[in-house]
Design a protein around this ligand. Sequence first.
Ligand SMILES: Nc1ncnc2c1ncn2[C@@H]1O[C@H](COP(=O)(O)OP(=O)(O)OP(=O)(O)O)[C@@H](O)[C@H]1O
Ligand SMILES: [Mg+2]
Length: 253
Amino acid sequence: MPTPILKLRDLVKSFGGLRAVDGVSMDVQERTLTILIGPNGGGKTTLINLVTGVYKPDQGKVLFDGEDITDRPPHEIFRLGIARTFQIPQPFRKLTVLENLLVCYPNNLGESFLSALRRGRWARIEERAVERAFKLLKLLNLDHLWDQESWKLSGGQMKLLEIGRALMSNAKLLVMDEPVAGVNPVLAHEIFKALRRLKDKLGLTIFMVEHRLDIALQYTDEAYVMASGKIISKGRPEEVVIDPQVIEAYLGS
Ligand SMILES: Nc1ncnc2c1ncn2[C@@H]1O[C@H](COP(=O)(O)OP(=O)(O)OP(=O)(O)O)[C@@H](O)[C@H]1O
Ligand SMILES: [Mg+2]
């Protein structure tokens, strides 16, 4: 039996007179890669901001792992196990790949940790953090670059590093807004393969907005389509893309 880890119920979010999210209910099943697609301005990013606590809904509920998180602030939602990546990766450029992960380990936050890193005082760093970091680097195919300063990474490697940084928190759900935007197709496939590995090996659930359907579909378990604030279709990705309502929504946009 599939178990939903994230349940959205009748969510509404308006900006002035515009209902950007207009009564959305949906489930994201545990350990799936679930994608949200739809024409520009359909409300996808707004929906993700409701899940991660950036916006509060005007109506409706967000349930994560059985808990009502609707009114929780973003840092609490993060602590409960929802991590997020941003469209523009922002690693510390002068830190190495490994160090960039270590600074994201929840108990290592803060300047004293950073200065310890610079002075090479590795003893202060929890062994568990280093273990977690290397596990992630392996799954991301970045382990050979662990000692590389991150400004030397390619754009695609930077995106992989960003994913690793988000997952240092032991998150159960990773939320992403267009993770392969602006990345060439070869690298985009690499990123999706890495996401599948993370999902399988860490028991992670991934919920993402993505425009590059041609690339995303083969890695996707379930797809939802959003247009004008509403979910207009859902199902297996190959079914959803031939749904006449979906085709009409894209043509009309
Ligand atoms: N902070 C805001 N203030 C006012 N209007 C907003 C705000 N954020 C989004 N909107 C509007 O809400 C609607 C939905 O925007 P949203 O960014 O959620 O769409 P989207 O599906 O992510 O689009 P895209 O595919 O272009 O990223 C749009 O009409 C947008 O202009
Ligand atoms: Mg968007």
